[in-house]
Design a protein around this ligand. Sequence first.
Ligand code: 26V
Length: 839
Amino acid sequence: MSSSQSLDLRLPTPGCYADPVRAGMDADAVFDGMTEHLFFTLGKLATSASLRDLYMALSFAVRDRLMSRYLTSQETIRARPQKTVAYLSAEFLIGPQLNNNLLNLGIKKEAEEALKRFGIESLNEILEVEEEPGLGNGGLGRLAACYMESLASLQVPAVGYGIRYEFGIFNQLIRDGWQVEVTDKWLKGGWPWELPQPDEACLVGFGGQTESYTDDNGNYRSRWIPSEHAIGVPHDVPVLGYRVNSCDRLRLWRADATESFDFYAFNIGDYYGAVEEKVASETLSKVLYPNDGTDEGRRLRLKQQHFFVSCSLQDMLRSLEKRSIAVEEFPNHWTVQLNDTHPAIAVAELMRLLIDQHRLDWDKAWEITNRSVAYTNHTLLPEALEKWDLSLFKNLLPRHLELIYEINRRFLQQVRLKYPGNDLILRKLSIIDEEGGKAIRMAHLATIGAHHVNGVAALHSDLIKRQLLPEFAQLWPEKFTNVTNGVTPRRWVALANPELSKLLDKEIGPNWITNMDLLLELEKKENDSNFLDLFASAKLSGKRKLAGYIHRQTGVLVDPSSLFDVQVKRIHQYKRQHLNALQVIAQYLRIKNGITKNIAPRTVIFGGKAAPGYFMAKLMIRFINGIADVVNADPDMDGLLRVVFLPDYNVKLGEQVYPATDLSEQISTAGKEASGTGNMKFAMNGALTIGTLDGANVEIRDRVGAENFFLFGKTESEIMELRDQGYSPNSFIAESNELQETLKLIEVGHFSNGDSELFRPIINILTGNDPFFVMADFDDYLRAQDEVSKAWKKSKKWNRMALLNTARSGFFSSDRSIREYCQSIWKVKPLPVEISCEK
Ligand code: 26V
């Protein structure tokens, strides 16, 4: 009897796993659940429970209430064979879980009531305690989390596969204006949302060599003998959809050592040597690497990628085996999405598993791989495109290298047929980069292996075809497509902005949460002064809360009635936080010179982490803090200008920032930001955007209306033209007095206590080759900021523009993105989950 059969016998009615004791959704049941967990799980008496204990108890009680949905969903997928999405991503930035699960279950009020019985007056006190898993760098990881939430809400069977890093993205402290990185020990107090499943562990090999041999049927074959192994232990996080039974799974792999493998060392008495090896394999999932373009830990990064990809594909194949489904059926049961090239090794690994373990021939294996895999590209930046040194790759994954050579050989053969004698195109298309030292181009491997390649905003997808992979696009035009990113309105509106949500519920009913197009009804209210006032007071309430937080964190007092002008995102030159900073200095100079007539009182807020190895980004943080120190200490600025750098920007802080923002800064150099997703969160929450025609800004402007968006800057084609003509930043500086004065003030050390050297690298880069065209866009940016100030002074008009941003932001719901992926790339349908016998 198989293990799954014996499991079935122990379950109650098939398809019904509702536990009558723990499924109750009223306040009494939540209270009882908390009491039970305090006592039995946490070993605490209610009388001595700390806030953390209560957080844990409530989380366990809530997790109990996910369980029937989770198990029934998994069972429904198992019993009714239908295609399941496997979303492969090295990052899932899922944020705090408790509030989201309360919201999606619909038991927030009940939880508040239960907490009152423990003497807790506000749910926020408990939510504050939650530590967020920072398992991502920024937009890419957060997108994966939004997509998992939308998949579950749309009742689509899906598994997110990733890595359970022991340390996520570092915590950021600011000391003397500089960023200091602190290890993120998110697991230290126990994390109640994961379910370790050691019985479903997978074995992964590394290193060693390959051997060729002839099998029983006389076929030439290759055998891989790895020199090292690691075990992947799944840690599952339930992902519940909004007010549905569907509860998908986020399966994160933790690396463990293989004990049996160390027997030899143990036998010859090398106990400590064996323990060292054990430690080495467990380092595999130790830490998330930042996007810094440095060579730091390159070998370990590739190991991490292969580790989680191999475990995930083995897990998918095993799911077929368990149900006695032939391996040839793989593409009908799994659609594998590669979130950037981090999991692109999946193309070679799936081929290896199919050929070496399942004994399929090449053509069949290739057909299966190609029918299953699709690839999303998230960046055009050349330094961000993954390439692996051939010798490193061969050393770690010798069998995969053989397979990649063969994939490449067959592919180039096809190219030769189409372009006979064209060696240039062969060099451009090859997976192997022959310039300099030989390297594997992961974007090429992913593009060749995938049935679809998509970009993440219309402009970005167009640039993939025109600039990044033009030869591929010419070869396979039908392969290339666009799916514009989206964000989940559950977390980013309903949960983050309760005041606005209440107003929307009252005005148009609660269905906007799952159908954001309904927000269009708000357009009718654009001239309704009463409603506009209510809309503005929801915003003001968010600003008051953020002002309190700013004061507590930084000691700076800000005025909630001033314009909250916000740029929160990773710190990077292409995102141009320094352009914003220069603009602040120009405003400061105007105020100092008594030119205040057209100035709107502003609070300029920055937030974001710089990669630890990225010197310029770290200096930009120091620069912003230098400006903040001078501006905030100058009485001439009172009531007109404040500058704040919010430390440790993360999902939790984002939830406070988006609802409190009037002006969203989306000022990247045109053509550089693939999409952006913060821009969407701001628009939904009624912030106006000042932005370039970059990434999804283009579509945001199209949707909300050009008159409700502050556009500035050179377009992507103008930037290219400037570059081709030989761009000289000094010709732009020469034409702008304000820019000259601004640069001068930095040079004399006005923002660095007289130290004229501190910010020299920033000046040098801007006046040198200015790779991100800051000088070229400065004057137009200042002009657009003046427009912003003018508009702010007509508050009714501003509020109308803000309302229209919210009303027209429905397109940017991740539900829309996921529907597009389902229809045009994955070909999967929803599978509603029934819990017929629930009490
Ligand atoms: C990686 C690296 C590594 C080398 C140093 C510079 C650098 C800069 C950026 C990156 C990020 C690569 C992938 C990524 O995170 N892309 C982001 O994906 C988001 C979701 O699609 C999208 O909204 C952002 O625009 C895009 O930057």
